[in-house]
Design a protein around this ligand. Structure first.
Ligand SMILES: [Zn+2]
Length: 452
């Protein structure tokens, strides 16, 4: 699915001219040449970063020149053209890793330069710093990011869509080792460069997790390791991933419904031309999902479009050149779909469908069809990946002369993800995590097949 990208560089000319006029007009006033006065300083300490906020009387941000000095170790921030309000404190004790105190002074009267010094302790690593504009007008932020170990706070837990989800704030970036142990069944994660101030233990009355424990595993001062243990009521599927700044462990009986970590592409399909063909569309709703009398949406055409779009997105992230036979709710003829693949001499075509049986709630599971012999292995590889990822019944690889794969000259398969008229399969088919897993499984199959 190649869409042209419009990239706009810089700002439109008219806006640039207008901005220049405003700047000239403002600076023409005598006030512009008067010095800033720093009127207020706020310290906002935190586990991972400490922010120092400076405010000016005229609401203009400060311009900083910053550097570090040794003996004793300190960070220096000079603000040209800035004076100090006589009421502002000149020394502030700071409770933050590696920082001892912050001092403020008039470094030079002519030219006017205000100086802020961050005194660091001798024995810990210096923080990384950054100067940015704050949210309020005239607010300048000095952000000090601490490079010491992260402090592990108590985890929070909740049950979401049948999965027990445990969240540890602010430690998603840490190196981790995850393992499963039996007797009693448990999942643990070791987090490097993390300290636990107070051990934590909580029993849970509902969900897959019986007990959560957090403790210090090793206390090596250079690389302390913290461990979180989730004791389970019984063996269960789990996933561990970073969600923003947090670390999340999800455990639940329905492995296919567990949330997935962000997709990490590795450019393994560079230069491959792949056609993604979401079946049906428009007036052709696909296999009916009839449980009572009236067909109920979302229909096969809707589900396969969602999966197809996501598949195309992931394949593009892997570097493939992707063409979709349809990327909206429209009908395309079967021969036309094959012609799209033939015209671009596609390396592979994947036609996506949902299966259905004559009477509802009888058959369920996943199968992949091929027509030409040269697509047989392709079908097997994708079937393996799908069943592994989706935990659906394995209905195997079949040979059939469906029009789309019959008319496709290159490699082509038709995937029946699951049965739309079986209630369990249908619940999966409409679930975003299941759809995501299906798309990722097809990508893995394509990578395996095309890289051989
Ligand atoms: Zn179909």
């Amino acid at each position: 699915m190649s869409r042209p990208l419009t990239v706009r560089r810089g700002m439109p000319r008219r806006r640039a001219v207008l901005l220049a006029c405003v700047v000239v007009a403002l600076c023409w006033q005598p006030a512009c040449w008067a010095a800033h006065v720093i009127t207020r300083i706020d310290i906002r300490p935190g586990h991972r970063e400490t922010a120092v906020a400076l405010f000016t009387s005229d609401k203009r941000p400060l311009e900083a020149n910053s550097f570090s000095l040794d003996d004793p170790p300190r960070l220096v921030f000079d603000f040209a053209g800035a004076g100090l309000d006589p009421d502002i404190p000149i020394a502030l004790p700071v409770v933050a890793p590696a920082v001892q105190q912050i001092r403020l002074g008039q470094f030079s009267a002519e030219p006017k330069i205000a100086r802020l010094v961050v005194d660091l302790s001798e024995d810990s690593a210096a923080p990384v710093w950054e100067v940015t504009a704050g949210r309020e007008p005239g607010e300048t932020l000095i952000v000090l990011r601490h490079s010491g170990p992260a402090v592990l706070g108590p985890p929070t837990s909740q049950v979401v869509e049948g999965a027990s989800v445990v969240r540890l704030a602010g430690v998603g970036h840490l190196r981790r080792t995850v393992a499963v142990l039996a007797d009693p069944p448990r999942v643990y994660a070791d987090l490097t460069d993390a300290v636990v101030e107070d051990g934590y233990k909580q029993e849970l009355s509902q969900g897959a997790i019986r007990e959560i424990r957090v403790g210090q595993q090793t206390a090596d001062p250079r690389h302390p390791v913290a461990r979180i243990v989730l004791e389970l009521r019984q063996e269960q599927a789990h996933v561990v991933f970073a969600d923003g700044a947090d670390l999340v462990v999800a455990v639940g009986p329905e492995a296919w419904a567990l949330p997935l970590p962000e997709y990490q592409p590795s450019n393994r399909l560079k230069g491959r031309r792949i056609v993604v063909d979401p079946g049906h569309g428009g007036d052709d709703i696909g296999a009916p999902a009839v449980f009572g009398r009236v067909p109920k949406g979302p229909f096969e055409k809707d589900i396969v479009l969602v999966i197809g779009r996501r598949l195309a997105e992931l394949l593009e992230a892997e570097g493939a050149a992707v063409t979709m036979t349809r990327d909206r709710d429209v009908y395309i003829g079967l021969r036309e779909r094959a012609a799209i693949a033939n015209n671009i001499r596609a390396h592979a075509l994947v036609s996506i469908h949902c299966d259905s049986s004559d009477s509802p709630n009888t058959l369920h599971g996943t199968s992949v069809y091929y027509d030409h012999r040269h697509s047989r292995r392709f079908a097997h590889v994708v079937q393996e990946e799908l069943v592994e990822a989706l935990k659906t019944a394995d209905r195997g690889v079949r040979n059939a002369n469906f029009a789309v794969i019959r008319h496709t000259r290159g490699r082509g398969i038709l995937v029946e993800i699951a049965y739309i008229n079986h209630k369990d399969d249908r619940a999966r088919l409409v679930h975003p995590s299941f759809q995501e897993r299906a798309a990722r499984a097809i990508v893995r199959g394509l990578v395996r097949f095309l890289s051989d």
